[in-house]
Design a protein around this ligand. Structure first.
Ligand code: PXP
Length: 262
């Protein structure tokens, strides 16, 4: 096999996080807008994966949405989940292709910080084993730091998703120094993940403007994007929004030289 990963491939896959369609629906109760319909439109626009987070308080996606997503959406589903027995039980029944284990605090507005794998190692390791046994690919949503990355590898996860929130916030604030330091941290995190044999995904807070610097990072295989993509869809429609995000991802990756595979 060619030892070079060709960057002529159109860049990381795009997982479209559909939670915020449900947020809008729930603002008025009822069934409109329907997150499953919008998920299908995202797929029609080229989404490679549909991502959702069934939270303990069901503040956006609900159990019935998950069931319908499984029945109606043909691309892989990425089920973001807290490490709880309740969620593991639901996942065992739904059997999504991918599960991303995330931290969850009831009062947070969105997922803050990465999962503390090192601090709850046995619990995460057991969840990874349970999910692997039912055929779900597990990824751990972590900060790009050595302690968490090594714990993720030891816990048996095949995959990590690096938290890009601090980078995205710096980008929004126009803080050039912080943007650079965060990109360096993410870049080093990706290299470390590669050395540990972990597939590397990334996401959180990314916008059309801030996505290219992450998409351009060698070895990033999936980007999971929600809030900004659903927001953009309000202006241009869901299919066009997905196409716009896919285009910036593909352009950013195509501009990079080929990199050696691990
Ligand atoms: N990845 C993970 C693990 C997340 O928890 C979220 C938010 O639910 C995202 C990606 C998407 O973040 P955003 O909605 O800010 O694009």
């Amino acid at each position: 096999m060619n030892p070079l990963v060709s960057n002529t491939v159109p860049g990381p896959l795009l997982g479209v996080n559909i939670d915020h369609v449900a947020t809008l629906r729930n603002a008025r109760g009822g069934n409109f807008p329907d997150p499953v319909r919008l998920a299908q439109m995202a797929v029609d626009g080229g989404a490679d994966i549909i991502t959702f987070h069934l939270r303990e308080d069901r503040r956006h996606i609900r159990d019935a949405d998950v069931q319908r997503m499984k029945a109606e959406i043909a691309v892989p589903l990425n089920f973001e989940s807290a490490v709880t027995q309740e969620m593991l039980g639901i996942i065992a029944q739904v059997r999504p292709q991918y599960v991303c284990l995330v931290p969850e605090r009831r009062l947070e507005i969105t997922t803050e910080g990465g999962l503390d794998v090192a601090g709850q190692f046995a619990r995460v390791r057991d969840a990874c084993a349970t999910l692997a046994a039912i055929g779900c690919r597990v990824s751990l949503f972590i900060e790009a730091n050595r302690q968490q990355m090594e714990a993720a590898a030891q816990a048996g996860a095949p995959c990590v998703e690096l938290h890009t929130g601090a980078y995205a916030n710096a980008y929004e604030a126009g803080d050039t120094a912080k943007i650079q330091s965060e990109l360096t941290r993410i870049h080093e995190g990706i290299a470390l993940a590669q050395s540990l044999g972990l597939q590397t995904n990334a996401g959180h807070g990314l916008t059309l403007a801030s996505t290219p610097s992450i998409a351009a990072q060698p070895w990033v295989q999936e980007l999971h994007i929600g809030h900004a993509l659903v927001g953009h869809a309000l202006a241009v429609g869901m299919e066009r929004s997905v196409r716009d995000f896919k285009a910036v991802i593909a352009r950013a990756r195509a501009a990079q030289p080929p990199v050696p595979s691990r």
